[in-house]
Ligand binder design. Sequence first.
Ligand SMILES: [Zn+2]
Ligand SMILES: [Zn+2]
Length: 229
Amino acid sequence: MQSYGMGLLRLDSHGSNLMLIRISELIGDHGGTRAMLRKLIVGPYQANCYILGCNETREGLVIDPGDDVLRIAGELSRNRLMILYILITHGHFDHVGGAAELRRITKAPVLIHALDSPVLNFEADGHLSDGQVLHVGTYDISVIHTPGHSPGGVSFHAPGVVFTGDALFAGSIGRTDFPGGSHEQLIQEVRAKIFPLGDNIRVYPGHGPSSTIGRERLYNPFFRMRHTM
Ligand SMILES: [Zn+2]
Ligand SMILES: [Zn+2]
């Protein structure tokens, strides 16, 4: 397995995998208290599932409900969120394993890039494409196609934050030895499409802790060195 390991993910002292991230961190100085972001670590591969919600409209979305659907649904109802979309960064089971069940509960459509759609064991409701913009409450979230870990891998950019799935981790990148993977492509896509979002943008990856674009651009060994491992 890749370096995202079990040891990285002890987030709090309560034995809970839930972390609350305040809006000031999420959308910087123009956000007020309008949005909330929650991270749940789900399933045996400890994938990060994110819940992004608008505090004004109670609209929200879920990114990568890989497992533990009842726990995710509990968070949604506790926060009185109406989920408009279930967004999938890529088709690997640890990110999409709970999507069909969460769809049954929330009635929200499951969206994934067409190139990763064939690996699902259920039918997605729609496809994501590069540059597409989705509206949730008072903010927009845009789709960035970042293949390399998988052909249909995407990242999601919301004000102040980017959700990178298994393309970019804090201090690492995703595996590229799966079918359709490409190390060169992954490096190039992250450099060309993620780094220009700006050094202050917070990175929320598909596994492990968060980071910033600036920190990854400067210190992530896969981008500091030109050659491959
Ligand atoms: Zn993956
Ligand atoms: Zn993963």
